[in-house]
Design a protein around this ligand. Structure first.
Ligand SMILES: [Zn+2]
Length: 301
């Protein structure tokens, strides 16, 4: 008798929960359908990490940021940060996005504008020109990377850091002036002109051989320490840059242990844009740009 009553209670309990089971089943179906639709259109937030980091402004665009979008303005937001903008993605970027990370190497070409090698052995061509974007403080950058630079600096500020660009794009005249100033200091110390030029070139690239003439290189210091010496590497800004700049396509261009390859002394302040794919591979491999171009990138002819 008791067993019969218990069985009836159980049955009536199960029946009472039936609408709940149906609702849960329906909810699960809705969630899976939503995930499928998001995935299909590639708008899932999980795809956003690297998808839009290399977006560029086309060469013909004139980038004159309004007051609230200046590079370096605290609290400003990048127009690219959350807005997919596939129209401006170059073929290089489209290829990279379509393939898995393991295929990234195949998409890095020496011919890519963002991998241009500029050093004493590889001067800029005489007819080199670049479309520039204005930054705050009278600085200028290659218009194609201005948004990425701005996004990196904005993200640093969001974390309470105070980065300052102290050098950006330079004209050939400006580079000549900086180089001559350095040479003069050495000749004043008694060096011959040839020796002075050699010594100066370890600190300031001779005209035509400076990455600053490309608009892709920037000297970034910490507000708390603005001297261009090795102590800069201990500042919060430099620590952040060394750890995170590759995510934005930038590399520490002249690492301490690579002076014999780069021909430039250690410069913890000098960051160069090479694109997210190359920056990540350079960061992971520990190579400098010269070594990376030999070992990884294809093409060039
Ligand atoms: Zn520099």
């Amino acid at each position: 008798m008791k067993k019969t009553v218990l069985r009836r209670r159980k049955m009536s309990g199960s029946a009472a929960y039936a609408p709940v089971y149906i609702f849960v089943l329906f909810a699960v179906c809705v969630i899976f359908s939503a995930i499928f639709v998001c995935h299909f259109f590639q708008k899932s937030p999980t795809h956003g990490d690297f998808m839009h980091e290399e977006k560029t402004v086309s060469k013909d665009d004139t980038f004159l940021p309004s007051d609230d979008t200046y590079v370096g303005m605290p609290g400003s937001t990048s127009k690219n940060e959350n807005t997919p903008d596939t129209e401006n993605i170059t073929p290089y970027e489209s290829e990279r996005e379509s393939g898995p990370d393991t295929e990234a190497k195949a998409n890095v070409s020496k011919d890519s504008w963002m991998l241009i090698l500029v050093n004493k052995d590889s001067p800029l061509p005489d007819d080199f020109s670049v479309s520039l974007a204005d930054l705050t403080g009278g600085h200028r950058a290659d218009a194609r990377i201005a948004d990425e630079l701005k996004r990196m600096l904005d993200d640093m500020r969001k974390e309470g850091l105070s980065p300052i660009i102290c050098s950006s794009y330079r004209t050939n005249d400006k580079q000549t002036q900086l180089f001559e100033n350095k040479v003069r200091k050495y000749t004043a110390d008694g060096m011959t002109r040839a020796d002075a030029e050699r010594a100066a070139s370890m600190w300031v690239a001779p005209p035509g051989t400076s990455e600053h003439q490309t608009g892709l290189a920037f000297d970034i210091v910490d507000k708390s320490y603005q001297l261009l010496d090795e102590k800069l590497e201990e500042t919060p800004v430099q620590r952040w840059l060394m750890k995170n700049s590759y995510k934005y396509g930038f590399i520490l261009r002249y690492p301490n242990e690579k002076s014999s390859v780069t021909g430039i002394n250690y410069e913890p302040w000098h960051y160069r844009y090479v694109g997210v794919t190359a920056a990540r591979e350079i960061y992971d491999s520990g190579l400098c740009l010269e070594e990376y171009l030999k070992a990884y990138a294809h093409g060039g002819i």
